[in-house]
Write a protein that binds this ligand. Structure first.
Ligand code: ZN
Length: 204
């Protein structure tokens, strides 16, 4: 199983980090060892002093595909979930400044938080207008809507499947809206997708 992630997929988030608005999807990956489920706590790793939360819609791939056309992309997923793409922002800035790959900052152990429950597409009124949010200690810090994605889910599937064969069970983290920021020990994170609480875990 692989985890494909899209960066800078919301204009307001790209701007808050002073990044250009991309003209094609920014793609990176995490290994399966990055998954953190069951609302287990996230332990801040010792190599970062600035780990940021990024709440994201997660697409679970339901069938094998390669070179998928956008008009058929909807056939390749049935469920949408919620995740957090934890990012060691200090390390990422260092690596970016040197033109090096991001893996150490993005793909470390437990950096891909995943809600246990996924919602079937049939329960979502419009896949291109899905609301989601992240609360920290009871206060909403990130609010997203898939209508604001620069690249829609179907466009992402078409694009990434040109490079990578998609397999059943693969996950696509579709990018974070604005409002990213550091987490600290003791924080309680709660993630909501269309009113369903899918994440509820602690920072340790
Ligand atoms: Zn992200």
């Amino acid at each position: 199983m692989k985890i494909i992630c899209i960066g800078r997929n919301y204009v307001a988030h790209a701007r808050e980090l002073n990044n250009e608005i991309p003209t094609e999807p920014v793609v990176f990956m995490k290994p399966d060892s990055a998954i953190l489920r069951n609302n287990d706590p996230f332990y801040i790793p010792d190599f970062s002093k600035n780990v940021h939360h990024e709440i994201e819609l997660v697409v679970k791939i339901g069938r094998l595909g390669k070179n998928i056309e956008k008009r058929f992309a909807h056939r390749y997923y049935d469920e949408i979930g919620l995740g957090v793409d934890f990012t060691a922002r200090d390390l990422q800035s260092e690596l970016r400044a040197k033109g090096l790959p991001w893996e150490k900052a993005k793909a470390f152990d437990r950096s891909a938080v995943l809600g246990n429950n996924f919602l079937p597409k049939s329960q979502l009124p419009d896949i291109n207008a899905v609301r989601f949010s992240l609360d920290i200690n009871g206060k909403t810090v990130q609010k997203g809507n898939s209508s604001l994605m620069i690249f829609s889910i179907d466009t992402i599937i078409e694009y990434v499947s040109r490079f990578f064969t998609l397999k059943m069970g693969d996950l696509i983290y579709t990018g974070t809206p604005a409002g990213v920021g550091p987490v600290k020990i003791g924080d309680c994170l709660e993630g909501y997708l269309e009113g369903h609480k899918l994440l509820d875990f602690m920072i340790k």
